[in-house]
Design a protein. Structure first.
Lengths: 249, 305, 316
């Protein structure tokens, strides 16, 4: 528990009458890919929002690299190395793909109180951005405005932006939402490579992807953790089968 | 002490007038998400209509009723012809569009009634003062305003809380899409709500006409106060508008009355009067600033916002 | 031959700048002194509108109290002139500093809110300042304050010479536009635009958004204060009316009419609005009856402003 990169304890959140998080306790070890699965409305996105600081929990603690981050605003958590991608694509629509990623690089490349020099010519920003785009096969699309990208490309850009902030822990919220089988397979391959470089908390519905990538799986139902452990154990767990997997696994 | 009581009553009366204005504004904003800067123009039209109809008919009551109906109709016409298309657009569009309407109405009034403004004299039976408690006299008309506004306020509350229409209004303030999905004729609901708001604005305008003013641009000055009220009270909340309006009315009136004396205790006479003048106008904005810093969504925001 | 719409825009802007450069010549040749006065006013308001464009067009912050800085800058000049300080070298930096301070204070509080609340609170602050100015009996109160001597610059430039003053305003406008252009494309400008585009994501990737918005707000307020100093010199007069909220509305109209988030948009908007007002007022005394609905129509149907119309024309 003490060398977990992310340690969440008794995290709780209610929205009026709805319990979005009910004493959630889980941890993510450095280097692992920890998947969080569960039916719709289980509170998975709320969990991520609480981890990143967009939603403040009613109770519980969140420790990142040993540090209590509950009081920190979102941008500070990003500075510490916590990045997220959004379930509903959240890009900068008026900018090009390269601009989108360069902004993320810029956020972690010193301050931005520079008023004169053209930031689009700053190699220190453009080069890492281009490299990140290349990882996702988006080099050809770099100078296109976001509106001209396909849905799959936008989902990839969504993650590229998060990755460009050089995080230690990447929170991915249903990265494969709305993707066809080919695109999903490519995403799985990309994630497999990413696994080796950083720690990932993956929220997903795509069970093939989850079981192909996860080192550990936590199952969330109605805001509560009903099971957590190795993939095979989860697959076999009767509680989980009844609540969620059914015949899927 | 007597002066304080009188000023408090004046403050209450002013606050209730503000409430009528703010209620319409907050309804329209809460339900249709429409920022209507031209709400003040409807207030102005109410006053102008009243002054004209009272003079024509010779009867205060008849003239006022006609003015109220005229403002209601005007509001509905404006909604159908101009504002309907703004629903769902960016607030910036609302601000600009309704700003254009303000210019239009101000010029229209100048064209029809001239630049000088009008007066609305009170009939004899309303010009007297009434003895409230031994030794204290208070103008009947101001009491009438308080009574009418309270009556309207209570009726509004009953309609909003106890009737089906009111339920739709409350639902719409919290969740617009749901109301539409329930199969209610949204367009009709919107037009009705806007008409209601226009009538309230017109009522406020005509009621204050005998004691304050009937002139071009009168809408803009009080509109800002109405916005301050709904910001403090919480957008979409009638209850919030009521409490905030009475509070604003009291603070503004009592503040203006007693601030010069208060400041004279601290500063020289001339400095006190200058400072008092500036400060009493600013007082209510200071309050709003404080409220917004502490509670950015207002004191009683409609749930779901 | 297909002309890209960018080229068409550039042509329009280039033509406009050429006209502005040559205007005094026309005025001298034709004896039409009024045109010079009108266009000086246009340049000054274009500067004010351009400063608003920075926070509104590029930054997405809808301030309804921007005219307050016109007043603050103007009153700084007026009050100093009244006290006998007429050197522009002293007056103008003070005007800028005071504007910056007010913008800092107002921005620090207002930027804690957003949406309609932000609009209302900026409006309220502007009204507060308006009332304070109205209450300043020593400086004319509601009636305003006459300025008997324009700012002097140790003989370098004579502001009471209309032509020199015109070119000063033009130089300041073009210089500011150049500065804004660099700013908007620098790191700072990208952050501001990013905030307008998707504030939530900006926070998520690690930007402390508030401080950038505040800095932007202060820059815009300061630049508007400069416009206020120019306006005071132009009209030889300052009054609370300079900052009445409908003036803020006028500035917003200029920005939107010219096309938000485009560099020359506010200039185009200022020219369009003021020339339109002049033209209409010659036709009828009640020109606002026409202007009002026109504004509404533009909002309803020509949302991209004049810029958008140019783009539309190109697509036909």
């Amino acid at each position: 528990m003490t060398d977990a990169l992310l340690a969440v304890e008794d995290l709780s959140k209610r929205f009026g009458g709805i319990v979005a998080a009910d004493a959630i306790t889980l941890d993510v070890n450095a280097g692992e890919l920890h998947a969080v699965i569960g039916p719709n409305g289980a509170g998975k996105t709320t969990l991520i929002s609480q981890l990143t600081g967009e939603v403040s929990p009613d109770a519980g603690t969140i420790r990142f690299a040993g540090r209590d981050i509950i009081a920190l605003p979102a941008y500070r958590r990003s500075r510490l190395g916590l990045a997220r991608s959004f379930q509903i694509t959240s890009l900068f629509p008026e900018f090009t793909a390269l601009d989108n990623v360069a902004l993320a690089v810029q956020a972690h490349a010193g301050h931005s109180f520079r008023f004169w020099r053209d930031a689009r010519r700053e190699e220190a920003l453009r080069a890492p951005a281009a490299a990140t785009l290349a990882r996702f096969g988006l080099t050809e699309r770099a100078d296109l405005p976001v509106s001209r990208l396909s849905h799959g490309e936008r989902r990839q850009l969504e993650i590229a932006i998060a990755l460009a902030t050089k995080p230690r822990l990447l929170l991915l919220d249903e990265p494969m939402a709305g993707m066809g089988p080919e695109e999903s397979a490519r995403m799985v391959a990309t994630l497999r490579t990413l696994k080796r470089e950083l720690t990932i908390l993956l929220v997903e519905h795509d069970m093939d992807a989850v079981f192909a990538l996860a080192d550990r799986i936590t199952v969330l139902v109605y805001g509560r953790v009903i099971a957590s452990g190795a993939p095979e154990a989860i697959r076999a767990d009767p509680l989980v089968r009844r609540a969620y997997l059914g015949d899927q696994a | 002490m007597l002066l304080l009581l009188e000023q408090c009553l004046n403050g209450l009366q002013f606050g209730l007038l503000l409430f009528l204005l703010a209620a319409g504004l907050t309804l329209v904003f809460g339900i249709m998400d429409l920022v209507n800067l031209a709400h003040g123009s409807l207030y102005m039209m109410g006053a102008y209509f009243a002054a004209t109809f009272v003079e024509r008919t010779g009867s205060f009551v008849a003239g006022c009723v006609m003015a109220l109906v005229a403002t209601l109709v005007l509001g509905i016409v404006v909604e159908i012809v101009a504002l309907r298309r703004l629903y769902g657009r960016d607030h910036l569009d609302h601000v600009l569009g309704t700003f254009g309407l303000i210019l239009f109405f101000n010029e229209l009034v100048r064209l029809i009634w001239g630049p000088a403004g009008l007066t609305l004299p009170l009939p004899g039976w309303l010009s007297i003062s009434v003895e409230l408690i031994p030794g204290i006299y208070y103008p009947t008309y101001r009491l009438a305003i308080i009574a009418t506004a309270l009556l309207v306020g209570i009726s509004l509350y009953l309609v909003v809380m106890r009737t089906r229409l009111g339920m739709l209004i409350r639902a719409g303030a919290s969740n617009r899409e749901m109301v539409g999905a329930l199969g209610i004729d949204i367009r009709l609901l919107y037009t009705l709500v806007f008409g209601l708001g226009a009538a309230l604005a017109g009522l406020a305008g005509l009621m204050q006409a005998p004691i304050l003013t009937v002139q071009i641009g009168m809408g803009e000055n009080i509109l800002i106060l109405a916005f301050v009220v709904i910001v403090i009270g919480g957008i979409g909340s009638i209850r919030g508008a009521f409490i905030a309006a009475v509070f604003v009315g009291l603070v503004d009136t009592v503040g203006r009355a007693f601030l010069p004396d208060l400041l004279r205790l601290l500063l020289s006479a001339s400095a006190a009067s200058t400072a008092a003048r500036a400060l009493s106008s600013m007082l209510i904005y200071l309050v709003m600033a404080v409220v917004l810093v502490v509670r950015p969504a207002g004191l009683f925001p409609a749930p779901g916002r | 031959m297909t002309v890209s719409w960018l080229d068409l825009r550039r042509i329009v802007v280039a033509a406009l700048v050429a006209v502005l450069l040559l205007l005094p010549l026309y005025s001298w040749a034709s004896g039409d002194a009024f045109a010079l006065t009108l266009f000086t006013r246009i340049l000054i308001l274009a500067l004010a509108a351009s400063s608003l464009n920075l926070i509104l067009g590029y930054g997405g912050m809808m301030s309804f109290g921007h005219a307050a800085y016109l007043g603050i800058g103007g009153y700084a000049i007026g009050i100093l002139a009244d006290a006998g300080v007429t050197s522009g070298f002293v007056q103008w930096p003070i005007a800028l500093a005071v504007s910056a301070l007010f913008a800092l204070a107002i921005g620090a509080l207002s930027l804690r809110t957003r949406g309609v609340y932000f609009i209302m609170i900026t409006l309220a602050f502007a009204q507060m300042i308006y009332y304070v100015a109205s209450g300043l009996d020593a400086y004319g109160g509601d009636d305003g304050l006459t300025i008997y001597r324009r700012s002097t610059f140790a003989g370098l430039i004579d502001l009471s010479d209309k032509v020199q003053f015109y070119y000063l305003c033009l130089a300041l406008l073009l210089g500011s536009l150049y500065g804004l252009w660099r700013l908007v494309n620098a790191r700072f400008g990208l952050v501001i635009q990013g905030v307008r585009s998707n504030e939530r994501r900006m926070r998520a990737i690690g930007f402390p958004v508030y401080r950038y918005k505040l800095a932007c707000f202060v820059i815009a307020g300061t630049l508007c204060g400069l416009a206020g100093a120019l306006l005071a010199n132009h009209t030889d007069f300052v009054s609370p009316a300079m900052m009445y909220w409908t003036r803020s509305g006028d500035l917003i109209v200029m920005v939107v009419l010219g096309g938000m988030g485009s560099l020359f948009g506010p200039l185009i908007g200022a020219v369009a609005l003021l020339v339109l007002e002049e033209a209409l007022s010659r036709v009828t005394e009640y020109w606002q009856i026409v202007l009002g609905p026109m504004l509404l129509l533009v909002v309803l149907f020509a949302r991209g402003g004049i810029d958008g119309l140019i783009a539309l024309a190109r697509h036909d």
